[in-house]
Design a protein around this ligand. Structure first.
Ligand code: HSE
Length: 433
């Protein structure tokens, strides 16, 4: 059979990994796909020293790849929204299938891209966009298709997890660890995407759409980064039997869908609390299967290439199928997407860790607990740390409560005369533990 011809756009970290794995494992991949996969053209602005492209058809204009009549599948690995968006739409317009690792593009423009692809009867595959090498999209979209998904929670940004782990285990400095993640090719071009939770929110948006069959709604995702986590809170969390992880959490409730990325305290014994370094993990709760956990490298050249190439193989296997006989982009048939509302963050429910700086005076704790009690907020633990200062940290753990109630309580606590500064709040999740 004739080989399938692919064009790679972008020969950076992931593009380079894809190029090398496609060549190294060509025979094994062809045995799976049923046809040889030939790199017909490469669109790149800069050569990658890790790739030997001698004798290859190389262009600096990625649009040449998208319009090249020889090419069946365009592999978009340039990242970002602008050029990547135009490139993918041009490729679809020209009847090409697309494989992409671009979570930002899918989370923000996916609805439009999938509609164009349906129209043109081509596939857009994006396994590598979430959790690097972990086949989580395949698992959710196909392996769990019998289930009603109740919730999912994941460590879906390797850079952020690497930073938190190194800071906690080795006491390293935030900037120093971030610089290492950049050198290793894990971090986004703009690393605030990693640290502020934007990258994780892109990925969570995609996972939630596939889990519940809702359109992509990145603009409704709540994001809170890790840059304000202090060593003090890490220590107090450990003392209480918890660990702070930067989680993406999505839950289906009777009121709507929760979609949120924020630092989260999880029980130390939870498997996800022990996912360290650049590793990612996604925990999924389905009504039939119960909980399943997917763990693996969430970034890096070849782990991400593994997902990109798996998508290429999937596309090759269904090249001759029509759109009604392929796995739908968002797991549910396009006409069957639900209009369930994505809830604003004050409507979510969660447990809370509060750190309150209080003047050491009789009655202060009573005032705090009265405010919480009046709002029906159950306290699970309360402790006052001893210091030499006139002000002492009061640490509180509460049971699950609606965030809007907790916001009111925090405002009232902050207004007490013996409370100094802002109350620090970290959400607590037990994740079925
Ligand atoms: N910057 C991302 C991360 C790369 O650190 O997880 C993989 O999407």
């Amino acid at each position: 059979m004739k080989p399938v011809k692919v064009g790679i756009c972008g020969l950076g970290t992931v593009g380079g990994g894809t190029f090398n794995v496609l060549q190294r494992n060509a025979a094994e991949i062809a045995r799976r796909a049923g046809r040889r996969i030939q790199i017909e053209q490469i669109g790149m602005r800069r050569p990658n020293p890790a790739c030997d492209t001698k004798g290859m058809h190389v262009t600096a204009d990625v649009f040449e790849v998208a319009t090249n009549p020889e090419i069946d599948i365009v592999i978009e690995l340039i990242g970002g929204y602008d050029v990547a968006y135009k490139l993918v739409m041009t490729a679809i317009e020209n009847g090409k299938h697309v494989v992409t690792a671009n979570k930002a593009l899918i989370a923000v423009h996916g609805n439009e891209i999938f509609a164009a692809a349906q129209e043109k009867n081509v596939m857009v595959a994006f396994e590598a966009s979430v959790a690097g090498g972990i086949p989580i999209i395949k698992a959710l979209r196909e392996g769990l298709s019998a289930n009603k998904i109740n919730w999912l929670a994941g460590i879906i940004n390797g850079t952020g997890n690497f930073i938190m782990t190194e800071m906690r285990e080795k006491g390293r400095d935030f900037q120093d660890v971030l610089a290492e993640a950049q050198a290793l090719g894990y971090a986004e071009a703009d690393p605030t995407f990693d640290v502020e939770g934007i990258d994780a929110a892109h990925k969570l948006t995609i996972l939630a759409s596939i889990a519940y069959g809702i359109p992509l709604q990145f603009d409704k995702a709540y994001t809170e980064g890790i840059s304000r986590i202090t060593a003090e809170d890490v220590k107090y969390a450990e003392e209480l039997g918890y660990r702070i992880k930067h989680l993406g959490i999505s839950r289906r409730t009777a009121q709507g869908i929760e979609l949120r990325v924020h630092p989260t305290m999880v029980p130390q014994q939870a498997l996800i609390a022990n996912v360290n370094g650049v590793m990612n993990a996604v925990l999924v709760d389905g009504d039939a299967v119960g909980q399943t956990l997917y763990y693996g490298p969430g970034a890096g050249a070849e782990p991400t290439a593994s997902a990109v190439i798996a998508d290429v193989v999937d596309v090759v296997r269904t090249l001759t199928a029509d759109r009604d006989n392929r796995v739908p982009h968002l797991a549910f048939q396009p006409g069957e997407l639900s209009d369930a509302e994505v809830l604003p963050v004050d409507q979510i429910e969660s447990g809370y860790y509060l750190r309150i700086m209080a003047v050491e005076r009789p009655g202060v704790l009573a005032h705090i607990t009265r405010i919480l009690g009046d709002k029906g907020i159950n306290i699970e633990a309360i402790t006052q740390k001893q210091t030499e200062e006139a002000q002492v940290p009061v640490i509180l753990l509460t049971q699950s409560v609606k965030e809007e109630k907790m916001n009111q309580a925090i405002r009232e606590i902050e207004a007490l005369p013996d409370i100094v500064g802002e109350v620090v709040r970290i959400r607590v999740e037990h994740l079925g533990q």
